[in-house]
Design a protein around this ligand. Structure first.
Ligand SMILES: *Cc1c(COP(=O)(O)O)cnc(C)c1O
Length: 386
């Protein structure tokens, strides 16, 4: 089976992890700060806080921004459930904004319309989580402008987008957002097995994120209510969690980060090759914003079903039967049973549902060979029966 995504691990990665294993610190040592600094300087952000997953990063990002009971968080229905669940962890309410049919990202026009209406009804969101789906950046200038006009905070869920650029700057620079979150799950662009990062340019948010990832506990005397009782002293000044990244994970991260440029370059080569070799087929290849450089975590095609004999499901099943590990990113969140119980219904976000009825994620990963890609393409031709 050719998977839709797969990690790339070298001897240098293995050596880096083994070196940590024989060092003094398996956690809370010098390697996590090294990884944070390396990524912060790569993307051009002031602060980077490593955590044990992007899900944890989203959770503490929302808490740091003050999201709580009675507040709303809005996001796209076409994303992994974690982008929405973070609202519920904080006791806040969730709502969605439908996607743009061309970019598959949150639609800025619909966002504006919904904000105007919410403003009238006095229920504006406190936080909007925007998702750079597949690595393709959202229209950040427009979203930032709306954020200023309607006074909401912006979290970029950039789990798909590390190494990508928007308007000449790396995703993660937080130029247009309060906090950016990356994931290092093995299917993502670089990996630490499990792991995530929250980036920000705001000193106060960085301090909150740092407390929240480790029990709300500090040894920084400037944050304490009084002078330390002694050298052993720490204070709990907030309610936090244990969301820390280990030294082993960070060592893998530092090592992987050195190859990030080449990973994204290879993904672009594969995407360009797909674009060319699929151009005669009844399907839509991913549109790219001219002023952006995608991380290309995913390569999603949309079937033009009116031109096909086979159904979406038949094409998908045929690919799987032919050993192609295709996938579907994502099932619209509002149609999940847990979300339906909150009152969301099928039909609420028609563009997201249309996308779901046509989309297939083809394999794309740094070690994918041209031969493997040819195999995917001929299997797809067979599945489409053209
Ligand atoms: C993978 C992913 C997450 C969750 O990442 P973890 O590191 O596995 O917690 C969140 N949002 C999106 C868009 C993702 O793709």
């Amino acid at each position: 089976m050719i998977p839709y995504g797969r990690q790339n691990i070298t001897q240098a990665d293995i050596d880096a992890v083994v070196e940590v294993l024989t060092s003094d610190f398996l956690t809370q040592g010098p390697v996590v700060p090294r990884f944070e600094q390396a990524l912060a300087s790569y993307v051009g952000a002031k602060h980077a806080l490593a955590v044990n997953s992007a899900t944890s990063a989203l959770h503490i990002a929302c808490l740091a921004l003050g999201l709580g009971k009675g507040d709303y968080l809005w996001t796209s229905p076409i994303t992994f459930v974690a982008s929405a669940n973070c609202a519920l962890y904080c006791g806040a309410s969730i709502d969605f904004v439908d996607i743009d049919p061309k970019t598959y990202n949150i639609c800025p026009r619909l966002l504006e319309e919904k904000l105007i209406e919410a403003n009238r009804n006095g229920c504006l969101p406190k936080v909007v989580v925007i998702v750079h789906l597949c690595g393709q950046p959202c229209d950040m200038k427009k979203i930032r402008e709306l954020g200023e006009r309607f006074d909401f905070r912006i979290v970029e869920d950039a789990s798909h987008a590390v190494g990508g650029k928007y308007s000449g700057e790396f995703i993660g620079s937080c130029h247009y957002s309060d906090i950016t979150v990356f994931s290092f799950h093995p299917v993502k662009i670089i990996t630490t097995a499990e792991g995530g990062m929250a980036l920000t340019n705001d000193d106060e948010l960085a301090e909150k994120l740092s407390l929240l990832r480790s029990h709300g506990v500090t040894r920084d005397t400037s944050l304490m209510t009084h002078e330390p009782d002694g050298a052993w002293y720490y204070q709990q000044v907030d309610l936090g969690f244990n969301y820390r990244m280990t030294e082993l994970q960070a060592a893998l991260g530092v090592s992987q980060l050195k190859r990030l440029d080449s990973f994204v370059r290879r993904r672009h080569e594969l995407a360009a090759r797909y674009n060319e070799l699929l151009s005669d087929l009844p399907l839509t290849t991913p549109w790219q914003h001219p002023d952006s450089y995608s991380g290309y975590h995913l390569y999603v095609i949309r079937l033009q079903l009116s031109k096909l004999q086979n159904s979406h499901r038949q094409v998908f099943d045929s690919l799987r039967e032919q050993g192609i590990g295709v996938n579907l990113h994502y099932i619209p969140i509002h149609t999940q049973p847990y979300y339906r119980r909150m009152g969301f219904c099928k039909g609420d976000f028609p563009e997201a549902e249309r996308y779901y009825s046509e989309a297939i994620s083809l394999p794309i990963f740094q070690d994918m060979t041209d031969e493997q890609q040819n195999q995917v393409i001929s299997a797809l031709r067979e599945a489409l029966k053209v």
